[in-house]
Ligand binder design. Structure first.
Ligand SMILES: [Zn+2]
Length: 407
C-alpha cells in the first residue's frame, strides 16, 4: 500500500524537521551508492560534443532506469543522437527534470583519465563530472527513488536527458516543444543555489572582405584585418558602455571576440578576415535588439571606413531566462534546502551563462536551474564535483517531486 500524505512522523529524531511521512518514505528510498556509481558510469561513457556522440550514454541511462521499472523512450534528434524521455506517475501536472548528456571535448592537461570517474577526497573527477553528468545522475537517482518508494503521484515526474547543449541545444529545443512541463528544473551546476534568471547568448560569424595587393603598396588594396580591428575597437567601446548598466544579480551584458582568422602572409594585404563575436544578452533585453546593436556598430564602421564589405551570420541564439512564474518552484526548492539543513542563497540570484532552461520558459513552462557542482570549474581539465553536492541535489529533487505532485 502506498504511504499516506500524513505529514506527522513517529520518529522525529531521524527525520529532518519539516519532512513529512510521505517525503521521508522517498528520501529513505534514495540510494547514494547507486547515484555515485551511476555518475561514474556516465563519465566512463564519453559523449563529447563535437562530434556529438551521446547515443551510448542515452542508452546506458535508459537501461539504468528501465531496470528500476521506469518507462523510457529514446527519440532521435539527429542521426544516432537520441533524447531520452522517462516518466513516472500519471496524467496531470508535470515536473520535468532536464539535463544534457553531451560534454565539451576532454582536451588536455588532465592529471587523471578524463573518462575514469576517479573518486578522491570526496570528489568525482572526469569530463562532465560537474557539467553536467552529476546533475543527470541526481535526477535519475531521484526518479529511481520515487519509483522505488511506491508513492502515488497526482501528476507525472518526467526526465529529459537531452543532446547537444554545448553546441546548438537541438535536444532541449525539441524536448521543450514536445513537453514544456508545468515546472522545469534544469540540473546544470548551480552550486546548490536556485537560479531563476540568466543571460541569453548570441554568437555571430562576421566576415570582412578586402582586396589583396602587394604589401609594398597597401593603399591600392583593402586590408580586411584592419577593418576587423576597427570593428573590435568599437565592440570594446560598446562593452565599456554596457558595463555601466549591470543587471542586479547577474552583471552587465558583455562582448567577447572568440576567434579571428584572416590574411595570407606578411607581404600580402589581407583580402579576408573572419571573426566570431559573443554577445551575452540580459533578461531585460531581446535577442533581436542585441543583434540590432551589433549591426549598428557595423553601420558606424561603414561611415568611418567607406567601402567596407562585411557579412554577419547568427550562429548561436539562446534566449535569456527571465524568471517568469517561477515563484512556487523557487519556494519549493528553497524550502527543501532549508528542511535538509542547507543554507539558501540570496534571492534573485542569476546566471551569466545560458542554459536549456530558456527553451522551456519560452515554451510556456516555469523553469529554474538547480544542480550539483560549481560552473566555475566546468569545461576545465580535472573537472570534478563533490559527492556531498550530488547527494544533496538528489534529495532536493526528490522532495520537490513529492511536494509538487502529491500535495
Ligand atoms: Zn552544461
Amino acid at each position: 500500500m502506498a504511504p499516506s500524505a500524513d505529514s506527522s512522523t513517529d520518529d522525529p529524531g531521524t527525520v529532518p524537521r519539516g519532512i513529512g511521512a510521505l517525503e521521508s518514505c522517498v528520501l529513505e528510498a534514495i540510494d547514494d551508492a547507486e547515484a555515485l556509481q551511476l555518475l561514474r558510469e556516465l563519465i566512463a561513457c564519453p559523449s563529447e560534443n563535437p562530434p556529438g556522440n551521446e547515443g551510448a550514454c542515452a542508452r546506458f541511462l535508459a537501461s539504468f532506469l528501465e531496470r528500476r521499472g521506469v518507462t523510457c523512450r529514446l527519440v532521435e534528434v539527429a542521426p544516432g543522437r537520441p533524447n531520452l524521455y522517462a516518466t513516472v506517475g500519471t496524467s496531470g501536472p508535470t515536473l520535468v527534470l532536464c539535463g544534457h548528456l553531451d560534454t565539451v571535448p576532454a582536451g588536455g592537461g588532465w592529471t587523471v583519465d578524463p573518462f575514469s570517474g576517479t573518486v578522491t577526497g570526496g570528489h568525482v573527477y572526469g569530463r562532465g563530472a560537474c557539467d553536467m553528468k552529476a546533475g543527470v545522475a541526481a535526477m535519475a537517482a531521484a526518479m529511481a527513488a520515487v519509483k522505488r518508494s511506491g508513492i502515488l503521484l497526482r501528476g507525472s515526474l518526467a526526465l529529459h536527458a537531452v543532446i547537444d547543449e554545448e553546441v546548438g541545444s537541438a535536444g532541449a529545443r525539441k524536448a521543450a516543444a514536445e513537453q514544456p512541463g508545468d515546472w522545469v528544473i534544469v540540473t546544470e551546476p548551480s552550486g546548490g543555489r536556485v537560479l531563476v534568471t540568466g543571460n541569453g547568448q548570441l554568437n555571430f560569424e562576421i566576415v570582412f572582405h578586402g582586396k589583396a595587393v602587394h604589401s609594398s603598396h597597401p593603399e591600392d588594396g583593402r586590408n580586411a584585418i584592419h577593418d576587423a580591428a576597427g570593428f573590435i575597437c568599437l565592440v570594446e567601446e560598446q562593452a565599456r558602455c554596457l558595463a555601466t548598466a549591470p543587471c542586479p544579480g547577474i552583471g552587465p551584458a558583455t562582448y567577447s571576440v572568440g576567434l579571428v582568422k584572416g590574411g595570407r602572409g606578411g607581404s600580402t594585404v589581407a583580402d579576408r578576415c573572419e571573426l566570431t563575436l559573443d554577445r551575452r544578452v540580459l533578461p531585460s533585453e531581446g535577442l533581436d535588439a542585441a543583434e540590432a546593436e551589433v549591426r549598428r556598430l557595423l553601420s558606424r564602421l561603414e561611415t568611418e571606413r567607406p567601402g567596407l564589405g562585411w557579412e554577419l551570420t547568427r550562429t548561436v541564439a539562446f534566449p535569456p531566462l527571465r524568471g517568469t512564474n517561477t515563484g512556487r518552484l523557487e519556494q519549493v526548492l528553497n524550502d527543501a534546502l532549508v528542511d535538509l539543513g542547507r543554507t539558501v542563497a540570496e534571492p534573485s540570484h542569476g546566471m551569466r551563462f545560458a542554459t536549456d532552461a530558456a527553451w522551456y520558459e519560452a515554451a510556456g513552462g516555469s523553469a529554474v536551474v538547480f544542480g550539483p557542482g560549481d560552473v566555475a570549474i566546468a569545461h576545465q581539465s580535472d573537472e570534478h564535483v563533490a559527492i556531498e553536492e550530488l547527494n544533496t541535489s538528489t534529495r532536493v529533487l526528490a522532495l520537490c517531486c513529492v511536494r509538487l505532485l502529491t500535495l
